[in-house]
Design a binder for this molecule. Structure first.
Ligand code: ZN
Length: 415
């Protein structure tokens, strides 16, 4: 039994949280100070810190993370990033060993910020095969017991037409190597509908879920999200489907947004919006009234769709900055996505967990004890300041901690 005493929940209650360490679940939540401790309870006093559901990163690229200096993207747009990445891969600048090291570093950065579950896309293409999948899997083994992770095979181009064989073979090898989801970028293919159909067929036969980079473009004539919804509906796919980005949905007139959002919600497709990378990559050809590149969040939520938020790229050619902190993502959901802070935090915690098929943390008995304590007065304050004083618990065990120290040195102090 572990007790996290003297914690403040998001609703303002001051509580003690009892954790069943065997099952890694919350066993009870009682008013602070009302717990009678038995002798062998392991008690940690959180000193009134805010205790929240742990964060989850539903869309990362750990094979690319932290390469911004090695793989520059002076153009700054999506095709510049893709070109820079493939050139670096061709020149052998992305070794297996470095990929493992960088992925471990990226995992640890996420963990220390309060992330206990991450879904990462990994490039699986004709030129590199599954080497990046193997590297990230090796990194994940070094994080055993610390963080839950899911891998998505991110396929190359072309996946349709006469030249597709080598890319398709790489995807099949990735499935054999144990990836959890089938991915891809339908709108970059010559025949998006066929690609979506192929992905559904492969995921069905392999028993995998699907997460597609969907419509990562401001071009309103591109709308493969609707095609995806219709095929998922028509084929009766059993697994879960996530559509990441959905940028072009945000460029549609309101009636189209509402109609497509209704189809997405009806078939249960989750949407993952990715503010950091889309703000960085999108809109560079529109100097006047530059679009933000986010999806139609309001229309999707109005329709009842599940919308989570992720960071996508972190310090690589697709996004030169990023702190591996979902509180940064949440802050962008407030500023660029116009959500209230509590809703924004939900998008990077329980809703992200929901997209990943993980149970929510509502501080009810039986909930997973995946929680993060933050030295902040409220969820709004946490999102605003992103204080780096945190305690991260996975299944009730402390897995990471950070302590921020600040000093103001007034002149008098020197005397
Ligand atoms: Zn991505």
């Amino acid at each position: 039994m572990r007790v996290l005493r003297n914690a403040r929940l998001a609703d303002g209650r001051d509580v003690d949280v009892r954790i069943d360490t065997t099952g890694g679940t919350i066993s009870s939540v009682v008013a602070a100070g009302s717990t009678a401790f038995d002798g062998d309870a392991d008690v940690e006093d959180l000193g009134g810190w805010l205790l929240l559901p742990a964060m989850a990163e539903p869309h990362a690229h750990l094979d690319k993370a932290l390469t911004a200096d090695e793989v520059p993207n002076p153009k700054g747009d999506l095709m510049g990033a893709i070109g820079a990445w493939f050139e670096a891969a061709e020149k052998g600048r992305l070794s297996y060993e470095r990929t493992v090291e960088r992925a471990i570093q990226a995992f640890e950065l996420l963990l220390v910020h309060g992330v206990t579950a991450v879904r990462t896309h990994i490039n699986v293409t004709a030129d590199i095969g599954i080497v990046s999948v193997l590297a990230v899997q090796e990194a994940a083994r070094a994080m055993e017991g610390l963080i839950d992770f899911q891998t998505v095979a991110l396929t190359g181009w072309p996946m349709t037409g006469p030249d597709r064989a080598a890319n398709v073979r790489a995807l099949e090898e990735a499935v054999e190597a144990g990836v959890d989801l089938v991915g891809g970028c339908p709108n970059l293919q010559d025949d998006p509908a066929t690609h979506i159909s192929d992905v559904l067929a492969l995921a069905t036969s392999a028993g995998l879920d699907i997460d597609l980079h969907t419509d990562e473009t401001l071009d309103a004539s591109v709308l493969t999200l609707r095609e995806l919804a219709r095929q998922v509906s028509g084929k009766g796919f059993d697994g879960t489907v996530a559509a990441s980005h959905c940028v072009s949905l945000g460029m549609q007139p309101p009636d189209v947004q509402a109609a497509v959002a209704a189809e997405v919600a009806a078939v249960g497709i989750s949407v993952i919006t990715l503010p950091q990378t889309n703000l960085f990559l999108q809109g560079r050809d529109d100097p006047v009234g530059t679009p933000r590149g986010l999806t139609a969040i309001e229309a999707l939520l109005d329709a009842g769709a599940v919308v989570a938020a992720g960071a996508d790229n972190v310090q690589d050619p697709f996004n030169l900055v990023g702190r591996s902190d979902p509180l940064e993502t949440a802050a962008l959901m407030v500023m660029a996505g116009h959500r209230l802070p509590d809703d924004a935090y939900g998008m990077v915690s329980n809703t992200a967990r929901q997209v990943m098929g993980l149970a929510p943390v509502n501080f009810e008995p039986g909930d997973p004890a995946d929680v993060v304590a933050i030295d902040a007065p409220s969820v709004r304050g946490a999102v605003a300041d992103a204080p780096m004083s945190r305690r991260v618990y996975r299944r009730g065990r402390l897995v990471a901690s950070a302590d921020q120290q600040t000093r103001v040195l007034r002149p008098e102090a020197e005397r």
